[in-house]
Design a protein around this ligand. Structure first.
Ligand SMILES: O=c1ccn([C@@H]2O[C@H](COP(=O)(O)O)[C@@H](O)[C@H]2O)c(=O)[nH]1
Length: 243
């Protein structure tokens, strides 16, 4: 398996116990480049679980999707840097000032401390959302239009990339250029259930559309043989990269 395919696979550590998270890291570290720690696991275990992944040589995507006033998000971003995570994210719907302030404070902190700057990603429209979901919160625009608009806003604010559905990856790539990261959850291999995801593609489709990394949780964790499922996904990523 090439290093490149593995580095593009991010496993969602969506469990509620430290021990279970550690088991997943030990089981999957050969096939997974990064481990995503989200609201459930972080709320239960806190920064210790970040250190655990790092202790096992894994890199962390801290998926807390900050969405608050600029000062609060910027300061939370600095704390994410202090944890040494590889990636953290905010909601682009928090707006340009919130994102600009976060970039500025993170850059200042990393320059002063000499620490590696994490990749800053902005969540566009959640992969579980549809046009109906948007209408329900008063947004009367098509999903893909909103996603591209938020991606451009994130880029203007100095963010490194976005979290989006692979369905919109090609549009984002065209609008934001080749060096903009597009990290896609909402990925479903042919062998997996849809669960609560609405805007999904297969791993091969996501890579072909321009996704830089894929976030995958239940298609791996619910598989009869999770390591084998991750291996199949890597093969699919590799094949798509080769075409
Ligand atoms: O738009 C988004 C943003 C984040 N997520 C997160 O990704 C994983 C997906 O897990 P699956 O089990 O593969 O569905 C999960 O942790 C979400 O919080 C997302 O799905 N969509």
């Amino acid at each position: 398996m090439t290093h490149e395919a593995k580095d593009r696979l991010i496993f969602a550590l969506d469990v509620d116990e430290f021990a279970a998270a550690e088991e997943w890291v030990k089981t999957l570290h050969t096939n997974v480049g990064l481990f995503k720690i989200g609201k459930q696991l972080f709320t239960r275990c806190g920064p210790e679980v970040v250190k655990m992944v790092q202790k096992h040589g894994g890199q962390v995507f801290l998926d807390l999707k900050y969405h608050d006033i600029p000062n609060t998000v910027a300061k939370a971003g600095v704390e994410a840097c202090r944890l040494g995570v590889k990636i953290f994210n905010v909601h682009a719907l928090g707006g340009e000032e919130m994102m600009r302030r976060t970039v500025a404070e993170v850059d200042a902190y990393c320059a002063k401390s000499g620490s590696e700057r994490p990749l800053l990603l902005a969540v566009t429209i959640l992969t579980s959302s549809t046009a109906e979901t948007l209408r329900g919160v008063g947004i009367d625009r098509p999903v893909d239009e909103m996603v591209v608009r938020l991606a451009q806003l994130a880029k203007t604010a100095g963010f490194d990339g976005v979290v989006a559905s692979p369905k919109e990856a090609a549009l984002i790539r065209a609008a934001c250029g080749s060096d903009f990261a597009i990290v896609t959850p909402g990925v479903r291999p042919s062998f997996a259930a849809l669960d609560d995801q609405k805007r999904v593609s297969t791993p091969a489709e996501a890579i072909a559309a321009g996704a830089t990394s894929l976030v995958i949780g239940r298609p791996i964790s619910a598989a009869r043989n999770p390591l084998e499922a991750a291996g199949k996904i890597l093969l699919e990523i590799e094949a798509a990269l080769a075409t």
